[in-house]
Ligand binder design. Sequence first.
Ligand code: GLN
Ligand code: ZN
Length: 768
Amino acid sequence: MARTHILGYPRIGAHRELKFAQEAFWRAGADAAATAESQLRQVGAGLRAAHWARQREAGLDFVTVGDFAWYDTTLSLTATLGAVPERFGFDPAQLTLAQYFALARGNAAQPAMEMTKWFDTNYHYLVPEVNERTTFDGGVDWLFDEVAEAQAQGHPVKVALLGPVSWLWLAKAHGAAEGFDRLSLLPRLVAGYRRVLTGLARLGVSWVQVDEPVLALELDAAWRAAFEPAYAELADTGVKLLLASYFESAAGHAVLAARLPVHGFHIDLVRAPQQLAAWRQVLPPDAVLSVGVIDGRNIWRTDLRKALPLLQELHDELGDRLWVAPSCSLLHVPVSLASEQRLDAEIRSWLAFASEKLDELQTLGRALNEGVVTVHAALADSDAAVAARRASRRVTHPTVQQRLQRISTDMAQRRAPFAQRIQAQQAALGLPLLPTTTIGSFPQTPEIRQARAAYKRGELSAMDYLARMRAEIEQAVREQEALDIDVLVHGEAERNDMVEYFGEQLWGYAFTEHGWVQSYGSRCVKPPILYGDVFRPEPMTVETTRYAQSLTDRPMKGMLTGPVTMLQWSFVRDDQPRETTALQLALAIREEVQDLEKAGIQVIQIDEPAFREGLPLRRSDWDAYLAWAVRAFKLAACGVADTTQIHTHMCYSEFNDILPAIAAMDADVITIETSRSAMELLDGFGAFDYPNEIGPGVYDIHSPRVPSVDAMVRLLERACEVIPAQRLWVNPDCGLKTRGWPETRAALANMVEAARTLRARLNLQQAA
Ligand code: GLN
Ligand code: ZN
């Protein structure tokens, strides 16, 4: 009998119940804290019970425990091990829920633990902080309580937790002595794991899924060598270990993994089907092989008929040592299609969210164990969905396909080189030295949000909504003129989200009502679904931008989202390479760029904040990605005259390793986030000799603090040391939509003053 299981289930709830309970707890004052905590605990217990019941209903052989967390599973594991950062001064064994949240969100005394993206996903985990004093002597018992809870509900339990090598790999040194090597903690850490696993064995748990996602990376010798001693210590705790990898092929480490004293392996056959051969070769004779054949990262229905032959072959070979699963935790997809009432019926029939993926798993399990005839109807249904999607006129558009065929090299190339273009642009724009600008959005006030909500509910007419947005634009223009900013923006009042806004106007995109996915803590995102060939039926931003330009004599920037970011922040097609989808998006944006130019807009910004995020997990795959990502950007950007100035914006501070690609994008101006890293990354730009113009963010928009003129002058002075002043712009780090007007006004006034100060000084120097 083949077994079925999942690596994890989304914990937020179909209606984001966990989010609302978390936030109520955070808001509760001292007098209401106890009630809010018990309510939060109740919501959590209710979600766990419902998710386990759903897994049993789908006939899975285990329910998975350990995928729940009050904030983040990595943080919860850190709390279970007792490795709470010392700087907080908490007693790990007595950690309260409020203290747990303080680790994640900071408190009056301490900033939060660092948070960063989980591999190549949009989920964020809390980075463990370690130094030579870190101990693993035990912490909270929540995991054990949850196991007991599931058992009390009558479920067979498999526990899932992050493995020791990956935990340590993800950890960062903090307050450590010089030369501290976190691998030196391995023996102590493994002793901590040993205690946890022994405790689970005592509760009667037979299987523990130990996630080692670092197996999908290119590890150096020291990290590879960490596996053997770590797992040797965990060999006889009384539980069986299923070593799980996902997101990429782990074939390069299969020989190493097969030698470990574990009882099975999970591999991702959606992202990396080719790795199966390597694992089959090394699989020990009594080991379990769990194959991830249902996509845990995307929302499309599985082609069950296509998946079956291989599973049957493996079943014949392995018998009950074959486990079938989604490729990775279902954390990365929305909870259930059941609540989607407004989604177009045809598109809906192509989708499977977490709950529907459990049904797929059940069908596959039955087909293997009870025979294909027993799931005849489900398979026929799957066939019909797959065939319908493939044949749908909504997916393929001959016009788009033809345009794609006709892309030529010169379309992705500006006419003149930068040195020549910039002269033409300077002549056309007449900007001062160190021109000032902003990144696009201005404060999204409650009034703006209310107007949009009323419009969407049908309570505000399209004309009235348009009038409201125009009034906002006019205000933004007047504010910027009063501040004496050189290149203006319209403020993006009409945009709720920089991807959704464009997706809603393009063909090929669909939107869900409740398709929420946890991003971090209580924060969820609702990625749009890119299901078909992308086509721009009509201009998207031209009227708005033209209106904004009509209000001022200063240059108005057109503001667009770039193809890579559109791709990265959507659920995208799995029936063609990402590169093809990116090029389709690029063609649509290119048309918009050209129409803006025709409407008299001289400066156009194409935002690519997700450009770096798209990098593959393995460095050896970077060049291929960067080549098509740069090409997509250039295709969008290069259809204009030399006099039209193209800007791009990126907001992250680690670019130094992809600078050649950023330079290859050949934007006339790039604005970047730098202020939090104190201009560190400018050194990278300086050393690389970045050729075009650059606007290093001179103040952090994530904080309501108003930066002083002096502070910004100092940052600009540093910038001038590495980049000639003739090529520098002055701007904030990112868009201002999360800020209020009073602080925005004050900060921008200081920013303009800082630019003036330095400008005057440089002009004096020149005169002297
Ligand atoms: N133009 C966008 C804004 O200002 C850019 C946002 C981003 O970089 N994430 O809001
Ligand atoms: Zn940004």
